[in-house]
Design a protein around this ligand. Structure first.
Ligand code: SF4
Length: 337
C-alpha cells in the first residue's frame, strides 16, 4: 500500500503571512548607472565563482516551490546580462507548481531577447523606465538609451504570453507634471500598466532622505486633474494599487512603500545572486543558503534554514521611524528589488 506523503507545511511567518513569492537575483551587474541606485563607476561586482549557477538556482527554486512558493520573479542588477538567461527560464518554467514566472529588466536588451524569453516560458515582464524624455532619461540612467528601451517594449508587445506589460517608473521630486502625463499617455496608447514607484532608501551612495520622496498620492492627485479613474481591485500581497482610466484605455498603478507601506500583506522573500536569503528588502542581514548547498546540504537541511529565516521575517520596514530605521546591508542592485 502506497502511503500518501503529506506536502511540507507552507512558509508562514510569526505574523501569519504566508510566503508565496520569491524574487531571485541572477546577477549584481548592470549596464545602466541609475542615479538612485549606483555610482557612475559601478560597484565591486561579485566574482562569477560566487554567483549561483543555473543548477543551484533551479534546485533552490524547486525547493521553494515545494514549500509553497507560487510566483518567481527574476531580477538583477540587470538579469538580461546573465548569459543563457532563456535556458534558465526554460528550466524554471518546467517546475511543477510554479504558477507565475516574471522578469524585471531595464529593457535595453529586450529587442533581442523578448522572443527567446517568451519561447522559453517567461510569463511577464516588468520594465523599469523612469522618464519618456530622452535628455531626462539619459540624466537619470547615465545612458542615452531611451530609444532602445522603447524598441524593446515594442518587441515584447509581439508576444501575447508576456502580457500584461508593466512599466515601473521611480518617482522623484524632479519628476514633472509633463513626465507624469507622458506616462499616462503611454499607458493609454500602448495598453501598458504603468506603475509609479516611490524612491526607497536603497541607493548605494546612501544619500536617500525623505525629502526625495514624491508621494504616490501627489502623483495620483495630478493625474486626477486630467483623467477620470476607476479603482482596480488588488490581489492579496500585491504591492501596487491600480486604477483604470474611466474611458477604458489603459491602467496605472502606485507602489508606495514609503508613504503607504504594504508590509502587513507581505508574502515575499528574496534570493540574492550569491545565494543569500533575505526576508525583507530592508533586512540588515542575510541567511546563507549557497555555502551549505555547496557543502552538500540536503533539502531537509536547506529547508530548516529557510524556515528559520521565515520565523525571523521582519514585521515591516522602519523607514518612517527616524533613528529606528537602520539602512539595509545591501543596496538595490545587490538585492534585486
Ligand atoms: S519592506 Fe519588507 S516587509 Fe515590507 S513589504 Fe517590503 S519586503 Fe515586505
Amino acid at each position: 500500500m502506497v502511503m500518501a506523503v503529506a506536502p511540507p507545511a507552507p512558509l508562514v511567518d510569526q505574523f501569519g503571512r504566508t510566503i508565496r513569492s520569491l524574487r531571485v537575483s541572477v546577477t549584481d551587474r548592470c549596464n545602466f548607472r541609475c542615479l538612485y541606485c549606483m555610482p557612475e563607476e559601478g560597484l565591486p561586482w561579485l566574482p562569477n565563482t560566487r554567483l549561483m549557477t543555473f543548477d543551484e538556482i533551479e534546485r533552490l527554486v524547486r525547493l521553494f516551490v515545494s514549500l509553497g512558493i507560487r510566483e518567481v520573479r527574476l531580477t538583477g542588477g540587470e538579469p538580461t546580462l546573465r548569459a543563457g538567461l532563456p535556458e534558465l527560464i526554460r528550466r524554471l518554467a518546467a517546475i511543477p507548481g510554479l504558477e507565475d514566472l516574471s522578469l524585471t529588466t531595464n529593457g535595453f536588451l529586450l529587442k533581442k531577447l523578448a522572443g527567446p524569453l517568451a519561447e522559453a516560458g517567461l510569463r511577464r515582464v516588468n520594465v523599469s523606465l523612469d522618464s519618456l524624455d530622452r535628455a531626462r532619461f539619459a540624466q537619470l540612467t547615465r545612458r542615452d538609451a531611451l530609444d532602445r528601451v522603447l524598441e524593446g517594449l515594442r518587441e515584447v508587445e509581439k508576444y501575447p504570453t508576456l502580457w500584461p506589460i508593466k512599466v515601473n517608473a521611480v518617482t522623484m521630486p524632479e519628476m514633472s507634471e509633463e513626465d507624469i502625463l507622458a506616462f499616462c499617455e503611454l499607458a493609454r496608447s500602448r495598453a501598458y500598466v504603468v506603475r509609479f514607484l516611490e524612491y526607497m532608501p536603497l541607493d548605494a551612495a546612501g544619500n536617500w532622505d525623505l525629502s526625495q520622496v514624491l508621494p504616490g498620492a501627489t502623483v495620483l492627485a495630478i493625474i486626477r486633474r486630467y483623467y477620470a479613474l476607476v479603482p482596480v481591485p488588488s490581489r492579496p500581497g500585491s504591492t501596487a494599487r491600480c486604477w483604470r482610466f474611466a474611458d477604458g484605455r489603459g491602467e496605472i498603478g502606485f507602489i508606495n512603500p514609503v508613504t503607504e507601506p504594504f508590509c502587513a500583506e507581505c508574502n515575499r522573500l528574496r534570493l540574492t545572486a550569491d545565494g543569500q536569503l533575505r526576508t525583507c528588502l530592508f533586512s540588515t542581514g542575510d541567511w546563507d543558503l549557497l555555502t551549505p548547498l555547496r557543502a552538500g546540504a540536503s533539502d531537509g537541511e536547506l529547508t530548516a534554514i529557510i524556515r528559520a529565516a521565515v520565523a525571523h521575517k521582519e514585521k515591516k520596514h522602519r523607514i518612517n521611524e527616524g533613528a529606528a530605521f537602520v539602512r539595509p546591508n545591501r543596496s538595490m542592485s545587490q538585492i534585486g528589488g
